[in-house]
Design a protein around this ligand. Structure first.
Ligand code: APR
Length: 257
């Protein structure tokens, strides 16, 4: 049995809060949402852990580690150039749009933490958003450490606009590197009343551990995923199905419409 989620406007007004989405007797104010590749799957972007265990035909360790970049820089640059170019062929789906609506309309704190390196959340209109694993449309200079918006190719070794060194790499957090914005994420998890995980297999830490951190801090926890993830048992409630159906339905519930 899941927790008693409810929209109960009258009761909420009676106890003097403008936030009608509740868990039992507790009004929910601060929401942290973690998204993974599953939310972009219905836009046409491949998830990381498909049935063949490959990401777009490659082993993750061949394209997504610092060692891979040192060993075969051309392969890694070409791989991410293709992923970046592929962004032009996809559009946000109903799940991205629903979260953008929640971002616009939710009066309490909200933080969308995405593991995705695509730009579909922001193209749908989300603003309270962090890319913890970096972004395809960004380059990182190994010379000066600068990060800059980059929508073209990196395979032809362009110079860094800041320091002129021809040492730009994809601004992607590779395995073994530290995700971005961990302090902000931890602070949001410490204050969260509700943690929601959407479309992620729960296979990669630290993101896979957010549910435990949030639970430990007293938050309710909800998973929306196509199938049971590695960490399903840690959530108060798991709803199974496609994100394009589950997320808009859940956002309607939260906003009471
Ligand atoms: N709706 C909801 N969930 C879906 C859908 C869908 N339409 N399609 C797939 N999923 C689910 C899968 O069932 C799976 O549990 O999304 C999850 C995707 O899992 P992964 O491919 O492992 O992606 P993710 O969890 O985002 O990977 C985490 O691993 O390789 C690294 O850095 C990379 O950010 C990535 C991290």
């Amino acid at each position: 049995m899941g927790p008693a989620w409810s929209f109960s406007g009258e009761r909420a007004m009676a106890i003097g809060t403008a936030l009608p989405y509740r868990r039992g007797m507790t009004a929910i104010r601060n929401i942290v949402i973690l998204t993974g590749a599953g939310i972009s799957a219905e836009s046409g972007l491949a998830t990381f852990r498909g049935p063949d265990g490959l990401w777009e035909g490659h082993r993750v360790e061949d394209v997504c580690t610092p060692q891979a970049l040192r060993r075969d820089r051309a392969l890694v640059q070409c791989f991410y150039d293709q992923r970046r170019a592929a962004l032009n062929t996809v559009v946000p789906n109903a799940a991205h749009r629903a979260l953008a609506r929640l971002d616009r309309e939710w009066p309490g704190d909200l933080l969308i933490v995405t593991q995705n390196v695509d730009d579909l959340h922001e193209r749908a209109g989300a603003t309270r958003l962090l890319h913890m694993h970096g972004e395809l449309n960004s380059a990182l200079c190994e010379g000066c450490g600068g990060r800059m918006r980059w929508t073209g190719s990196l395979g032809d070794s362009p110079s860094c606009p800041a320091c002129q060194a021809p040492r730009l790499r994809p601004d992607i957090v590779f395995f073994g590197e530290v995700p971005y914005a961990m302090e902000r994420i931890e602070a949001a998890l410490a204050r969260a009343d509700l943690f929601v995980s959407i479309g992620t297999s729960g296979a990669v830490y630290p993101a896979a551990g957010f549910v435990q951190v949030a639970h430990h801090n007293g938050a309710a926890t909800l998973e929306l995923n196509l199938d049971r993830s590695d960490g399903s048992g840690m959530f108060d409630e798991s709803r199974l199905g496609p994100a394009s159906v589950l997320v808009p339905r859940w956002v309607d519930e939260v906003l009471g419409s």
